[in-house]
Design a protein around this ligand. Structure first.
Ligand code: NAP
Length: 240
């Protein structure tokens, strides 16, 4: 069956690679991008469709959902990939807990947490029309509470009151959606792409975006009745 798949933030980075790999598997990809121009460009290169979608703007998300309904009548896979590590023009020092700029933290949560709720709830009616609905939330193993609470492991992780807890909250949110939607057959899982070289981290990551896409692609292609409420990377379960 032809799978209809929306990837948010798919104009570049890991989202674009998720879109490319799922397109190669035969999915009909809808590139979600907040810039119409960048979304259309990526879609043309990927042989995909596109919608304008800013996850922090409920009106734009509603218009995107309407467009997908008009074009396809349903959605099989939603990949909540769009995310930011810091608002444009801010420094990561603004996220140190003891000196945090609360506006910076709010802006990060607006995209990485509340944006996922906005997009998911707008698309759920279309996902419920699928024979095998799947939601994949792109979280981060660097936001694992277990890793951050372990002094030896945490040595390698940034201290952050912004990006890190926004992703911890996203993982927690994933579980809550999985719990609520389990009875309806909607599979909801969180994935960690690993540390990938993208604009998000000024290309400091040691993995490629293509490698980072693997876990999301895997969870986007699980069959009906497959796992839900899990948090995995491409090697298996990630500690909570
Ligand atoms: P990226 O290259 O900066 O791409 C981020 C994407 O999200 C871009 O398409 C960006 O669009 C989009 N975006 C940001 N805010 C948006 C909004 N309000 N509405 C719609 N789209 C928005 O970063 P990436 O590394 O590929 O990140 C993708 C996901 O992986 C993020 O959720 C990130 O937290 C997660 N992740 C990344 C790493 C890593 O090492 N890179 C590790 C763990 C998790 P614009 O082009 O318009 O800015």
């Amino acid at each position: 069956m032809n799978e209809i798949t929306l990837v948010t933030g798919a104009n570049k980075g890991i989202g674009r690679e998720i879109a490319a790999q799922l397109a190669a598997l035969g999915h009909t990809i809808v590139v979600g991008a907040r810039s119409a121009e960048l979304g259309e460009k990526a879609a043309a290169e990927l042989g995909a469709d596109s919608v304008v979608l800013d996850v922090t703007d409920p009106a734009s998300v509603a218009v995107a959902a309407d467009a997908i309904e008009a074009r396809y009548g349903r959605l099989d896979v939603l990949i909540n990939n769009a995310g930011i590590s810091r608002p444009p023009g801010t420094d990561l020092s603004n996220q140190r807990p003891a000196s945090a700029d609360v506006g910076t933290l709010r802006a990060i949560f607006e995209t990485n947490f509340f944006g996922v709720v906005t997009v998911t709830n707008a698309l759920l009616p279309l996902l419920r029309r699928s024979a095998a609905p799947r939601i994949v939330n792109v979280s981060s193993g660097a936001a694992s509470l277990a890793r951050n609470a372990d002094p030896e492991l945490a040595v390698h992780l940034p201290i952050s009151a912004g990006y890190t807890p926004s992703k911890t909250a996203l993982t927690a949110l994933t579980i809550q959606y999985a719990r609520e939607l389990r009875a309806d057959g909607v599979l909801v899982n969180a994935v960690c792409p690993g540390y990938c070289a993208t604009d998000l981290n000024d290309h400091s990551g040691y993995r490629t975006p293509a490698q980072g896409a693997v876990a999301a692609v895997r969870m986007a292609t699980i069959p009906a009745g497959g796992p839900t409420g899990t948090f995995v990377d491409d090697e298996g379960p990630v500690p909570w």
